[in-house]
Design a protein around this ligand. Structure first.
Ligand SMILES: *Cc1c(COP(=O)(O)O)cnc(C)c1O
Length: 363
């Protein structure tokens, strides 16, 4: 059997006629940027998350960049962020000229809340929380720290659409929640898309201006903005998918539970779920010492895997100038060397996942 790490066409085929109709309807409408579909998606998504406002954007990275910009966080300011994340989280900070202060993760792969206070200085303005792999970080503790030290919280929810901590949705704990709808994400479009959610009207207005050249009324530019508009075709696709999201999400959780309950190979460390945290399983990530050998074994049996992420941001060439070296974040680096993501996608069949499980158990 051949199993890819991801198989995006399965997600499309699941609701093909609805996607086809939505896209055709948009094409026939003659209106392609910031129209009814975007408005309708913003409305539905803010209700889904439980926020007062939503602004559709071009990508998850733009959501991060514009969030710091709206909060006037820039040169000379420090932002606390997990060392173990996708580089986009860090780029959201450095694109604004601010300095990322990296903190090691805990055993759940999210920022270790007990290490945050040590990283706070007089220049700290915000904590950027990332709910990595679809599992909520320790938001109660992080919120308490932010309140005590008067810091903003920005949540990178690119992997956590609908995941909750203590019953409260990720994206509503902080000042701004940033979402990506990149095709592989749990709520994925068929192209680039993203959004922010917030309960703060001023932040909402500011990001709405920023996404469209700083302009609310055509040719009246109030601030220096960029172009980060969500397009109607992607919004129409997202409207369809959001309507099916609870079903898609429970299917993914069932698949992940099969991995959790049926993998019984002691060479692997399976993911743990934090008390009070929901996991929506963006990725199913296991830890294994001889990773390359394991990946090659699976490949010989037709099973593809991926690594999220093989090079932590502090060791990436792009961030040479920050002056970090190997050994600065040993937990993060050890994760980068031992983690591997098993296949998991919308429309994956029970037969496929049982094949992966049996192959793993025979390793
Ligand atoms: C995907 C992702 C982003 C960036 O989203 P894009 O839409 O690709 O710009 C940011 N942070 C995390 C954690 C992500 O996984």
């Amino acid at each position: 059997m051949k199993i890819n790490p991801n198989q995006l066409d399965r997600g499309y085929l699941k609701y093909k006629s609805e996607y086809d109709n939505a896209i055709l309807k948009t094409l026939e409408s003659g209106w392609y940027i910031l129209g009814k579909e975007v408005e309708s998606f913003e409305h539905k998504f803010k209700h889904f998350i439980g926020s007062n406002y939503c602004v559709g954007l071009n990508s998850g990275l733009d959501a991060l960049i514009l969030s710091f910009r709206a909060l006037k966080i820039g040169v000379g300011d420090e932002v606390i962020v997990p060392a173990n994340t996708y580089i986009a989280s860090i780029l959201g900070i450095t694109e604004n000229g601010a300095t990322p202060i990296l903190v090691e993760p805990d055993e759940f792969y999210n920022i270790d809340a007990t290490k945050i206070e040590n990283a706070i200085t007089v220049n700290t303005k915000a904590i950027l929380v990332v709910h990595l792999y679809g599992q909520a970080a320790n938001m109660k503790k992080i919120k308490d720290i932010a309140t005590l030290h008067n810091l903003f919280i920005i949540e990178d929810c690119a992997q956590s659409h609908g995941a909750k901590f203590n019953g409260k949705t990720t994206g509503t704990w902080g000042d701004i929640g940033c979402f990506s709808f990149y095709p592989t994400k749990n709520l994925g479009a068929f192209g680039d898309a993203g959004c922010i959610v917030t309960d703060n009207y001023e932040i909402y207005k500011q990001i709405k201006l920023l996404r469209n050249y700083g302009s609310e009324i055509k040719y009246e530019n109030e601030i220096l903005g960029i172009n980060s508009r969500l397009d109607e075709i992607q919004a129409s696709v997202l409207n369809v998918k959001l309507g099916h999201y609870s079903e898609l999400s429970s299917e993914r959780i069932s698949l992940a539970n099969l991995y959790l309950n049926k993998i019984n190979n002691s060479k692997l460390i399976l993911p743990k779920i934090r008390e009070f945290s929901d996991a929506i399983w963006h990725l199913f990530v296991v830890q294994i010492e001889n990773r390359t050998e394991f990946q090659e074994y699976l490949m010989r049996h037709g099973i593809g895997t991926q690594i999220h992420y093989p090079i932590p941001p502090h060791l990436s060439r792009a961030y040479n100038h920050l002056g970090y070296k190997k050994g600065d974040f040993p937990i993060t680096e050890s994760f980068a060397n031992t983690l591997v993501s098993l296949p998991l996608y919308d429309g994956m069949t029970e037969e496929e996942i049982m094949y992966v499980i049996n192959t793993i158990n025979n390793y």
